[in-house]
Design a protein around this ligand. Structure first.
Ligand code: NAD
Length: 481
């Protein structure tokens, strides 16, 4: 059986506690044993990153690019194998698993090119005879903490940006999806990085907390739930450590009377139920104006009931299992709550039996929901969506913004006027017009507003705001030759 160990200072390290990684489509399938690190190993990882930093921060750009290129290439070459592993450990259907692998490779490849754009600027001075230039320098030791829903892609975009910009990094993946993170680390371990530049520390939130509390971490890039992000932010603030948070969402998709019904249903079904609804950008609030409401609800119900729930690797499955038992319990609690709150459970929301013992849940739609219900305000993170009626566009827009979250939002309409107005007034970091709220490009900024995000955006050129810091240099020729 495969052991998933931590990788610290160029060595694979035995952990203290063993955690069995099971397949959510078939809990009798043990994927491997994850060995959780102890606090001393967490400290060792930070120390290794610190001592590797001076040399790596001065490494040649071509060296960095070649290493990233090797990593990206191997991920692509092994896309089916890694996609299968993702499906097996996380419950994504195979096309979604391979899609995540491709996205991970794209991030790494993008960064392989981006290292050459590590630029600066020259300015004229307001003082005579003085030259000014601004440059960006790596920040030092970066801690990346990731959730279970994108164990490969999320690690890839944090690690590739960290090392591409000349930092050293410690990746702490989720305890619920260690195999894909380990596979990524194993590829990196053979790519030619000096020891200590990249480190992997396995463990639960406890080891994450130990790393966050380290005095020797210069930046924390965190993706996960709002409460965890807030704890990390409070701790980091005490030491003025820079933090980037990518957190949850309660993403609205507005459907107007003039919408193309087919597009609206495609967006809603994909947004709500792809990846079993376990996406930070999932459309968990479908806000529908009254002229199209019943037509939309009928068509949504029909399409949702046709979704085949089953083993993630079985042909014909449209929706895999919930990723882990605690998440399934959480989903079921919210389904009960929605009924108690008076929303109408149109379909789904029950455990489903299949040939294998897995965490299967039928996709749930609540219609006639009100935006003040807890099922419309709190992130569920499962295959559960709500349909909220709205009088007209103005009310729909206001309901869309009436949330503590602000990750992504969408509108389906044939009206350019409403599409533009929505785009201008949506309080979300990302807006989708006639597209699902989920689904992103890797070469443009990614991130949310309000409770959904904090700090600078991830991805693309905006990543340099977190992974590097600015230096302004004033030069007077003085007595220089
Ligand atoms: P989580 O917050 O429970 O855990 C995320 C990571 O933090 C894990 O590695 C966990 O071990 C670690 N952790 C837990 N407590 C910690 C602590 N006190 N200190 C340091 N680390 C700690 O989230 P999850 O359940 O793994 O993931 C689901 C959440 O992630 C959802 O809210 C989802 O919306 C969010 N998410 C956001 C994005 C985004 O880009 N905005 C992307 C994917 C997932």
């Amino acid at each position: 059986m495969q052991s998933y160990r931590s990788y610290i200072d160029g060595n694979w390290c035995q952990g203290d506690e063993i955690w069995k990684n099971t397949n959510p489509s078939d809990t009798s399938d043990i994927i491997g044993e994850c060995e959780f690190s102890n606090r001393r190993q967490a400290e060792d990882a930070v120390a290794a990153a610190r001592s590797a930093f001076p040399a790596w921060s001065r490494s040649q750009l071509e060296e960095r690019a070649k290493i990233l290129d090797r990593i990206g290439r191997e991920i692509t070459d092994r896309r089916v194998e890694l996609g299968t592993l993702l499906s097996r450990e996380e419950g994504k259907v195979l096309s979604e698993g391979i899609g995540e692998v491709d996205r991970a490779a794209s991030f790494v490849n993008y960064m392989a090119g981006e290292v050459f754009r590590f630029d600066g600027k020259r300015y004229a001075s307001v003082r005579p005879g003085i030259e000014i230039e601004t440059t960006r320098e790596p920040i030092g030791v970066v801690l990346g903490i990731t959730p279970w829903n994108y164990p490969l892609a999320n690690g890839a975009w944090k690690v590739a940006a960290a090392i591409g910009y000349g930092n050293c990094v410690i990746l702490k993946p989720s305890e619920f999806a260690p195999a894909s993170a380990w596979a990524f680390a194993e590829i990196i371990s053979r790519a030619g990085l000096p020891p200590g530049v990249f480190n992997l520390v396995m463990g639960t939130g406890e080891i994450g907390d130990a790393l966050v509390n380290s005095n020797d971490v210069d930046g924390i890039t965190f993706t996960g739930a709002v409460p965890t992000g807030q704890v990390i932010l409070a701790k980091a603030a005490k030491r003025q450590t820079r933090v980037q948070l990518e957190l949850g969402g309660k993403n609205p998709l507005v459907i107007l009377d003039d919408a193309d019904l087919e597009i609206a249903i495609n967006c809603a079904v994909f947004g709500a139920f792809s990846q079993t609804g376990q996406r930070c950008t999932a459309s968990s609030r479908l806000i529908v104006t009254k002229g199209i409401y019943s037509k939309f609800v009928d068509a949504l119900l029909k399409r949702t009931e046709a979704l085949v729930v089953g083993h993630a690797l079985e042909k014909g499955t449209n929706m895999g299992p919930v990723s882990n038992e605690p998440q399934l319990e959480k989903d079921l609690t919210y389904i009960k709550l929605g009924q108690e709150e008076g929303a109408k459970l149109l379909c789904g929301g029950a455990r489903v039996k299949r040939e294998t013992a897995g965490h299967f849940l039928s996709p749930a739609i609540f219609s006639d929901a009100h935006n003040d219900m807890r099922i419309c305000r709190e992130e569920i993170f499962g295959p559960v969506t709500t349909v909220i009626p709205a009088r007209d566009y103005e009310e729909a827009k206001s309901l869309a913004n009436d949330t503590e979250f602000g990750l992504s939002s969408g509108i389906v309409t044939t009206s350019l006027k409403y599409a533009r107005d929505f785009n201008r007034n949506s309080q979300a970091g990302m807006v989708a017009i006639n597209l699902p709220t989920s689904g992103i490009d890797y070469h443009v900024p990614f991130g949310g507003r309000k409770l959904s995000g904090f700090g600078s955006r991830e991805h693309a050129h905006s990543a340099d705001e977190f992974f590097t810091e600015n230096k302004t240099t004033y030069t007077s020729p003085g007595n220089c030759d």
